[in-house]
Design a protein around this ligand. Structure first.
Ligand code: ACO
Length: 431
């Protein structure tokens, strides 16, 4: 953040107030309103934070107009094609791409933490079998602070580091356990000879009764999904993690809060909602009916997997995933998958429709991820847990950045109060 020496003037009730302007390394300038209430006695009003920067950060940059996503300056399409998830985790956490030795050390540290405390197996058994895996995930990740309280002191940099590694390492194990539990199969222990994505597929799809071979192309597609969801600036769940952590809450509690927020259909739950929508549409000839419904102000229906608060041009993650969808379906011999046909036709119809053009609504990351995940054998209920495990590194990186920031203070927005003014209590018999 650079102090530009530029200021904006705010005129209010005959007084003029100078608001400093900061310049980011890239992106729009930012007005500093921190002293506004103290000086002028007014708040700013911005529900949904559409014009508010809640923090400064050096991790991820999005140019919504250009459809650009950078992690520590590296474009997402380059990371998706040349890197792998654990290397991206290192980049997000520590700011630079690792050397070979640094990567080996990091991978070893993550791999050594993939198992969960054995007593957690008992904890799982307290959930109903038919619980949504996201419900289980929120509960179990929150419970990590009960199992790993030796890494909950946020003022100790070493404990923060251990908590970060534990979360990145154990989330795939916990997500896979939530899945196995929901289908009544035994938990599968992690295998440290497999890479991060292959190990996740192994924990989800192998059973003790027979040998399971992880297809490297599927593992690569899984890894790419992890990379594409790894971080996304100050989105709703990341802001939730930051707000929860601003009170000094422990990292496991904060990540559980992020997972809870991610679950909503306007955020991470959209991948499940999108696939359900594609199934409901069912065939190409029904697309016009659903497009009309999406445009109808009196119908709450929205095209799931379409639109984004920040991207007003292509979501670069959707572009990579569309290509992955083709590759994975071809590998699995289901390139004529009817859902993919519906998705492609729906995308084309919407992109040529005046309503979607005018409102700058494009497919987002969730539009194609569900098709890939379903082709791999995941039920829709696992889509959002997979998003959560991928995003864990983003949440943790933002959390670490925030804790280390000397400006860190408790998040406490104000409000535009529209309720009653002070009035006297009325006894019950007089109401
Ligand atoms: N289908 C139809 N119309 C839409 C859609 C959609 N998917 N998305 C936005 N619109 C319309 C709105 O009705 C609104 O119209 P209006 O101006 O006439 O009132 C206009 O576009 C702007 O929409 P907002 O909801 O104000 O935009 P906002 O930035 O708040 O919301 C959001 C973004 C939540 C992603 C929205 O586009 C949406 O609900 N999309 C579907 C759900 C989805 O795919 N979510 C995943 C997001 S990506 C992620 O979290 C990984």
């Amino acid at each position: 953040m650079t102090d530009t020496k530029k200021t904006a003037q705010l005129s209010l009730n005959g007084e003029t107030y100078e608001l400093p302007i900061f310049s980011p390394t890239t992106g729009p300038d930012v007005l500093d309103i921190r002293k506004l209430y103290g000086q002028a006695g007014v708040f700013t009003y911005d529900p949904g934070f559409t014009s508010t920067a809640s923090c400064d950060s050096t991790i991820t940059y999005i140019d919504g107009g250009k459809g650009e996503l950078l992690h520590r300056g590296y474009p997402i399409d380059q990371l998706a094609s040349k890197s792998h998830h654990l290397e991206v985790c290192y980049l997000l956490l520590y700011g630079e791409l690792p050397t070979a030795a640094q990567l080996e050390d990091f991978e070893t540290r993550v791999t050594r933490h993939t198992m969960v405390h054995e007593q957690m197996h008992n904890f799982f058994r307290g959930f109903r079998r038919d619980a949504h895996p996201m419900a289980t995930l929120v509960g179990v990740v929150g419970a990590m602070s009960a199992f790993y309280h030796d890494s909950t002191d946020i003022n100790d940099p070493w404990q923060r580091e251990v908590a970060a590694i534990r979360l990145i390492a154990k989330l795939p194990t916990i997500a896979a356990m939530a899945y196995k539990y929901s289908i009544g199969q035994p938990f599968v222990y992690p295998r440290n000879d497999l890479d991060y994505a292959a190990n996740f597929l192994h924990m989800c799809f192998s059973v003790p009764a027979e040998e399971y071979h992880v297809d490297p192309i599927l593992a690569r597609a899984m890894d790419r999904i992890f990379i594409l969801h790894a971080d996304h600036e100050q989105n709703a769940s990341t802001s939730t993690v930051r707000l929860a952590s601003s009170s000094g809450a422990n990292p496991f509690a904060c990540i559980a809060a992020g997972i809870a927020c991610l679950w909503g259909p306007a955020h991470g739950g959209a991948n499940q909602a999108c696939l359900e929508m594609l199934k409901e549409i069912g065939s190409v000839d029904r697309i016009p009916e659903f497009i009309e419904r999406a445009k109808d102000k009196n119908d709450p229906f929205r095209l799931m997997g379409f639109g984004h608060r920040v991207y007003k041009n292509t979501d670069p993650r959707a572009t990579v995933l569309k290509q992955s969808a083709d590759e994975v379906l071809e590998l699995l011999g289901v390139e004529n998958n009817p859902l993919l046909q519906v998705a492609k036709e729906l995308e084309q119809t919407a992109l040529n429709d005046e309503y979607f053009i005018e409102k700058k609504l494009f497919p987002n990351v969730d539009f194609y991820s569900g098709i890939i995940l379903e082709a791999m054998g995941f039920p829709t209920s696992m889509f959002t847990p997979i998003f959560a495990l991928s995003r864990t590194v983003g949440w943790i990186s933002q959390w670490k950045e925030m804790i280390a920031d000397p400006q860190n203070k408790i998040g406490r927005p104000r409000q535009l109060y529209l309720g009653e003014t002070a009035r006297d209590y009325i006894d019950i018999e007089s109401r």
